[in-house]
Design a protein around this ligand. Structure first.
Ligand code: KG4
Ligand code: ZN
Length: 352
């Protein structure tokens, strides 16, 4: 095993290299993804193997099935990422892997795979926080972006308002007090009979609906910058049940549009409040829900009206991918943060 001194010498040498290429692996939930990223900003290759078809049969992610599917896919996805980059492991400078938050078995699969590669090749391994990865997707899409900025992270497991002070330096301004925004999308979609993952499907259905058809609440939790989606979700479910009890067929598009608008209203309201109070002039979005077209267009309109800079990750980089992990890893590498081979999964790892 390499000692800390060896790693320090290696990472010190890497810091002065003009081109640092990181091979990253992401396996925290139901996507097995590998990517090669140069200097934290340029995607050299990006491969995503989605398990969504398998989990759709069960209406959600089945952790044990996810772990097994990662075991099957890890090697192939890494091989494909290297082939797409036209590289072999000898062209790679460092390795990166997500170590939390996420499903413990899924995380452990990726961690074991990358620890094995690190041990075999002698390449330094960098452990990355999945949420930090989502934030870092913005460095790939907007190469001129530098901290400080405000970031709304809205995914299946998180709804965070984060002040990014510097690379790797975060202040949590607000978060959901109950469900995450993506969870609210997915649960609403299930009530409308849409398959997993429901967010994109509900959003598509909403395109043809009237978003004023059903009055739904905009919950206001105590924390000034906190979100709450549980009450809204219950109100939506009750509205659907009432219609069914009355023997009516569900006006699904109108329901989807009204519900989507309520979620997006809440996200926009709190984000704008935090941005104004923060004195920052740049807002980034991150996480699966930032692929939502209504959220993107509403934020664009607000940016134009209020004159702040808005960064939106490419839609393909909003949901889980390994390129974002490779970007975050680069800045950890510059700070000399190399993981030991005792690295373990931390399923409920916080960002701070
Ligand atoms: O970031 P992500 O891929 O995984 C987590 O880290 O959780 O986010 C997945 C979440 C799911 O809840 C999914 O329904 C939601 O993001 N999502 C969307 C859209 N695309 C993905 N929600 C609304 N509209 C979309 N277009
Ligand atoms: Zn994610």
């Amino acid at each position: 095993m390499n000692g800390q001194l060896d790693w320090d010498i290696k990472t010190e040498a890497l810091k002065s290299k003009p081109s640092v290429r990181i091979l990253a692996l992401e396996s925290s939930c139901d996507e097995t993804a590998a990517a090669v990223v140069e200097n934290g900003r340029r995607i050299v290759s990006n491969v995503i193997f989605s398990q969504v078809d398998v989990h759709a049969l069960y209406g959600g992610v089945v952790p044990e099935i996810a772990s097994r599917a990662h075991v099957d896919a890890c090697d192939r996805v890494i091989d494909r990422a290297l082939a797409q980059a036209g590289m072999s492991l000898s062209n790679v400078d460092a390795l990166a892997v997500t170590y939390g938050p996420g499903l413990v078995g899924a995380l452990l699969t990726g961690i074991s795979c990358m620890k094995g590669l690190s041990f075999a090749t002698g390449l330094p391994l960098i452990a990355v926080n999945h949420i930090e990865g989502h934030v870092s997707a913005n460095y790939l899409t907007t190469p001129t972006l530098t901290p400080p900025f405000l970031c709304l992270v809205a995914s299946g497991g998180h709804s965070h308002l984060v002040r990014v002070e510097d690379y790797g330096v975060y202040t949590l301004l607000g978060q959901t007090v109950d469900d995450a925004a993506g969870e609210a999308f997915d649960k609403g979609a299930r009530v409308l009979g849409l398959p997993y993952p429901g967010g994109p499907q509900l959003s598509k259905l909403a395109e043809t609906g009237d978003d004023t058809a059903f009055p739904l609440p905009r919950p206001h939790p105590e924390g000034k910058y906190d979100f709450s989606f549980s009450g809204l979700k219950t109100a939506f479910i009750n509205t659907c049940h009432k219609l069914i009890q009355q023997g009516q067929s569900l006006p699904r598009a109108d329901l989807a549009a009204s519900y989507q608008r309520a979620i997006v209203d809440s996200l926009c309201e709190k984000t704008l409040l935090a941005l104004r109070d923060s004195g920052l002039h740049t807002l980034c979005l991150a996480g699966g829900v930032s692929a939502n077209q209504l959220l993107r267009s509403r934020m664009r309109a607000l940016a134009e009206r209020d004159g702040f800079t808005l960064c939106l990750p490419d839609v393909g980089l909003c949901t889980d991918n390994a390129a974002m992990i490779g970007s975050a890893a680069y800045y950890r590498l510059l700070r000399g943060e190399v993981a030991a081979l005792t690295l373990n999964a931390v399923p409920s790892l916080p960002l701070l």
